[in-house]
Design a binder for this molecule. Structure first.
Ligand code: SF4
Ligand code: MG
Length: 336
């Protein structure tokens, strides 16, 4: 069987205009610039990068909330790149999303029961009694007491609100959930609970996750594979073990160096990731990372590196991926 979700050479460019009357296009924000990736049923692919790398745009493309400027998006083998609203409706049931800020995504005037029943109402599923039964089931699944059904979002903690967001995403029994930084707004202690809940639900229902994150720390416990994005491109992709044990791209290495480690004494002396992400309207020539790369050479300013295979499921876009010192060997194989 093929992948559940497949993105092939996907681009999303937003034109930028200037002038009030005679508007002319002066450029384009290359939010996503030629990304290919796939997710199998039951698998977690993490997409990691700093803000502005295009990962949120990628999430919206994967959900087909927006259409790509180029490339192909397939779900369950079907080309959905240009599907309109009606054709997408059955797809909407199979793909759901969990947002970073559950409070912003939950209607404050709706009770939990109404919030959880809404997706079923929108899709015309069941009668009032069966929807109420499903709401109780959903509350059980995410570890919330049933009496919470009559309460409103403001009555819950951040972690509980995210559980409500997860329950809502489960309501239609989807096959894929796009998790857009689902724990970055939560306390560290709560993060682990929500991550464990997501993993339990995945095991129970065979869910696939596209897990978006700005850092590599959370993803380690969650992902099967990781794709690291920089300025609209995937610069490294690997199974989670290989990525943490032997990252090949200097950007991945820098992200790992920036990730919090439990014991600061074990933190090797490495340069932190300096500088800002350049504008996605004018990405640097050659390797887009060269303005921040500590091992950049003259060649890097002229020639864009292709994503090259380095091992099983492991590819990186760096001219020197084979020889770059793997200075980040942060706790290889260790779990904390
Ligand atoms: Fe750094 Fe050059 Fe590799 Fe780009 S191609 S990551 S600038 S060494
Ligand atoms: Mg974002």
């Amino acid at each position: 069987t093929g992948p559940l979700l497949e993105l092939d050479g996907v681009r999303k460019h937003y034109p930028v205009h200037e002038g009030l009357i005679l508007r002319r296009q002066v450029g384009a924000v290359r939010a996503v610039d030629g990304v290919s990736l796939s997710i199998a049923a039951g698998e977690t692919l993490a997409v990691v990068g700093e803000s502005g790398c295009g990962k949120s745009t990628l999430a919206r493309l994967a959900l087909r909330l927006i259409a790509p400027s180029a490339g192909t998006i397939r779900f369950d083998g079907r080309d959905v790149t240009h599907d309109g609203r009606a054709a997408l409706k059955p797809l909407r049931r199979q793909m759901q999303v969990i947002f970073q800020d559950p409070f912003a995504s939950l209607n404050p005037r709706m009770s939990v029961e109404e919030i959880l029943a809404e997706p079923m109402l929108v899709h015309g599923l069941g009668d009032a009694a069966s929807r109420a039964a499903r709401v109780r089931e959903l509350l059980d699944l995410v570890g919330l007491a049933r009496y919470h059904a009559d309460r409103f979002p403001h009555e819950f903690s951040g972690g509980q609100r995210q559980r409500i967001g997860i329950a809502r995403a489960l309501a239609l029994k989807p096959r894929l959930i796009v998790c857009d930084e689902p724990v970055s707004a939560l306390d560290v202690s709560i993060q682990a609970q929500v991550v464990n809940l997501l993993k339990d639900l995945q095991a129970e229902f065979g869910l696939a996750y596209l897990f978006i994150s700005h850092g590599l720390a959370v993803v380690r416990h969650m992902a099967d594979r990781v794709a690291v994005m920089y300025l609209g491109e995937v610069v490294e992709t690997a199974p989670v073990g290989a990525l943490y044990a032997a990252p090949r791209h200097p950007y991945t290495q820098a992200l790992l160096a920036a990730a919090p480690v439990p014991d600061p004494a074990r933190r090797p002396a490495r340069p932190a990731l300096g500088g800002d992400v350049p504008s996605p309207m004018k990405p640097p020539a050659g390797c887009r990372f060269h303005t921040r790369c500590i091992v950049a050479q003259a060649r890097c300013r002229e020639e864009a590196p292709a994503l090259r295979t380095l091992g099983p499921g492991h590819a990186a876009a760096c001219h020197f991926a084979e020889t770059v010192p793997a200075f980040t060997r942060l706790g290889a194989g260790e779990r904390h």
